[in-house]
Structure formats: structure tokens, C-alpha cells
Design a protein around this ligand. Structure first.
Ligand code: TXA
Ligand code: MG
Length: 316
């Protein structure tokens, strides 16, 4: 079985597997990643094959700290400011790629930029320290499906594809990292995620623009069919219709659904974000004809939660 508790021995074995070009799934504070040595084109190619992911979609490179990140990306003053404020943590920065730095072309999809992130998770950090390699790691799900927030989700998605799945328990944030582009000019929000827009704007001292959804684009990930359960969703639901399962939020959930999960009875957005993907998986497996989703406020982490729900609803 590829799932192993993330002990020191397992992490050391995982680092060795990565060094010889194998894939290792590992926990981060956002979601589980499917990691490969970002310097090894063959290893990276296997990530795309395992995920059945379109080749043009570039991957995030995980490194131990800012110093390591500067080996691969070119930081300007704004990038430094954001890295200092949010690293280690769930912000990925898209920066100009440092020429000749050795990152496989497949990782960056030939864009001339690189997405870098310093994860804030003891297992991810221990793995980076042991492997001494930059790790390209997309979310460890098959392309177009919900990101995994536990080792068992990864196993359900990818089975024996990774050489090992390091089990570090459920992910704290449960939503992917926020992706910000800082490749010259004004920074731009390329993907909503675990760092709320408001927190970034507080550090920058001004508003940050979002990437146009259909611009042909510096963030191809925006276009991917994403976060899709098999069961259709009905968003903004304040009542229940026959045959529906319920994804509730807050204290006023309608009663009587055959399957029902409340993301946060207290109406806490952080708690809701952490539960979201596991709840969608569970309700998707409940055999309902549709999942009714209660309205979720659009501020702070609610913006990213609504983004994921809208993609999931559209994907059908
Ligand atoms: O939380 C996360 O970010 C997780 C964990 C495992 O760290 N990783 C993750 O990776 O969500 P992935 O591959 O599923 O999403 C990568 C996103 C995509 O939207 C992709 O288009 C964007 O980052 N991206 C990567 N490199 C880029 C680049 N050079 N320019 C623009 N966007 C880029
Ligand atoms: Mg993903």
C-alpha cells in the first residue's frame, strides 16, 4: 500500500524516491500535492500522466524558504514584500523564471515565469529538507476533480500511481494556495485561495486586480475544468427540493435532507473552507440527484469558497 504515516523514516524514503524520479504525494497546509523533482523532466512528465492533465497547465514549485525560491525566480520589491508577509504559507508567487536555473520546461509550460511556494507544514518542510530538491506539486487529484485534503482522498484519486502517499492527517486550510502574479507591473490575482484578497491588499496598501477569466492567459489553470463532483449543484439554495442532498452553512439550515453536511454551523468561513472539499466528496457519494448549496458570504475566504463552488456547478 502506498499510504504511509509521515514518520521520519517514511519521509526519508520518500525523499529517496523523489531523487530517483518517482512521484510522492505529500500533505501541505492547503491540500495534498503530487510531488516530483522539478529539475527532472521525466519525473515531471509522469505527474502530467498520473493526473491526466493537459500539458499546457504549469505547476507550482515548492521550496523550503525564500533563499531557495530566489534560485528559481526573480524577485522584485513587491515580490519580496509578499514573500516576507506570507511565507511560509498558502501564497504562490508567479515570477520571472531565473534563466538557466535548471527547472524542467514542462513545469513552467514554457511561459518564462514560475510559480513558487513555501509550504507551512512540518511534513512538507521535512520532505523538502531531506530531498534538497525543488518539488513540482500540483494538487494530487486527477485533472478536473476535487483537490484532496486527506491521504485517503489521494488514494481514491490516484491509487498506486505515486510510489508513496505520506499521510499527515487532514489539511488545515482545505483550499489551494492563492496565486499572485508579480512578473513586472502591478501584481495580479491569478487564483483565489487560502490567503484572502483582503490580507494581500493590506500588505500591498492598495487593491489587487483579478485576472480576466477568459484572457488567453498567464494562468492557464483558470481555464481548467475544475473541482467537479459528479452530482450537479444548485447554488444559493435556501430551501430543499425533493431528491436533494444539502451542503449547509450557518445556523439556519433547512431540515430533512437524506444527506446533509454543515460546513460551519457557527458561520465561520475558515472552518467552512477547511471542510469544503471533503464535504463535496462525501455528498457526491450519497446518491442524491442534486446537491443544494446554501449561500455563503462573499468576503474574506468566502470569495475563494464561492469561486470553487461556481466552478463545480459550471463543470457539468
Ligand atoms: O495549494 C496549492 O497551491 C497546491 C498544493 C499542493 O501546494 N497546489 C496546487 O497546484 O494547487 P495546481 O497545479 O493544482 O495549481 C497550480 C496553479 C494553476 O492554476 C496554474 O495555472 C498556476 O498555478 N500556475 C502555475 N505556474 C504558473 C505560471 N508560471 N504562470 C501562471 N500561473 C501558473
Ligand atoms: Mg489543482
Amino acid at each position: 500500500m502506498p499510504v504511509r504515516p509521515a514518520t521520519e523514516e517514511a519521509i526519508a524514503a520518500a525523499a529517496q524516491a523523489l531523487a530517483k524520479g518517482d512521484l510522492v504525494a505529500f500533505p501541505t497546509e492547503t491540500v495534498y500535492g503530487l510531488g516530483a523533482n522539478a529539475l527532472d523532466a521525466h519525473a515531471v512528465a509522469r505527474v502530467f500522466a498520473a493526473k491526466e492533465r493537459p500539458r499546457f497547465n504549469p505547476l507550482i514549485v515548492h521550496v523550503a524558504n525564500l533563499e531557495a525560491a530566489e534560485t528559481y525566480g526573480v524577485f522584485d520589491a513587491t515580490a519580496h514584500k509578499l514573500a516576507e508577509a506570507f511565507w511560509p504559507g498558502p501564497l504562490s508567487l508567479v515570477l520571472p523564471l531565473r534563466p538557466g536555473c535548471g527547472i524542467a520546461d514542462l513545469v513552467t509550460a514554457g511561459l518564462g515565469t514560475i510559480a513558487l511556494r513555501v509550504p507551512n507544514h512540518t511534513v512538507a518542510q521535512a520532505l523538502l529538507a531531506d530531498a534538497k530538491l525543488p518539488l513540482a506539486a500540483p494538487s494530487a487529484n486527477r485533472s478536473g476533480r476535487i483537490s484532496p485534503t486527506s491521504a485517503s482522498h489521494v488514494e481514491a484519486e490516484l491509487g498506486g500511481m505515486p510510489a508513496m502517499i505520506l499521510d499527515g492527517g487532514p489539511c488545515k486550510h482545505g483550499l489551494e494556495s492563492t496565486v499572485a502574479g508579480v512578473a513586472g507591473g502591478e501584481p495580479i490575482l491569478l487564483r483565489l485561495g487560502s490567503v484572502p484578497r483582503e490580507a494581500i491588499e493590506a500588505v500591498l496598501g492598495h487593491a489587487i486586480a483579478s485576472a480576466e477569466e477568459d484572457a488567453a492567459i498567464s494562468s492557464p489553470g483558470q481555464l481548467e475544468r475544475h473541482y467537479a463532483p459528479e452530482t450537479p449543484l444548485r447554488l444559493g439554495a435556501t430551501d430543499l427540493r425533493p431528491g436533494e442532498a444539502l451542503l449547509a452553512f450557518g445556523p439556519n439550515a433547512p431540515q430533512g435532507a437524506s444527506a446533509s453536511i454543515n460546513l460551519s454551523p457557527a458561520g465561520n468561513l475558515e472552518e467552512a473552507a477547511a471542510q469544503l472539499f471533503a464535504a463535496l466528496r462525501e455528498l457526491d457519494a450519497a446518491g442524491a440527484s442534486r446537491i443544494a448549496v446554501m449561500p455563503i458570504p462573499a468576503h474574506e475566504l468566502g470569495e475563494a469558497i464561492n469561486d470553487r463552488l461556481q466552478r463545480a456547478a459550471k463543470a457539468r
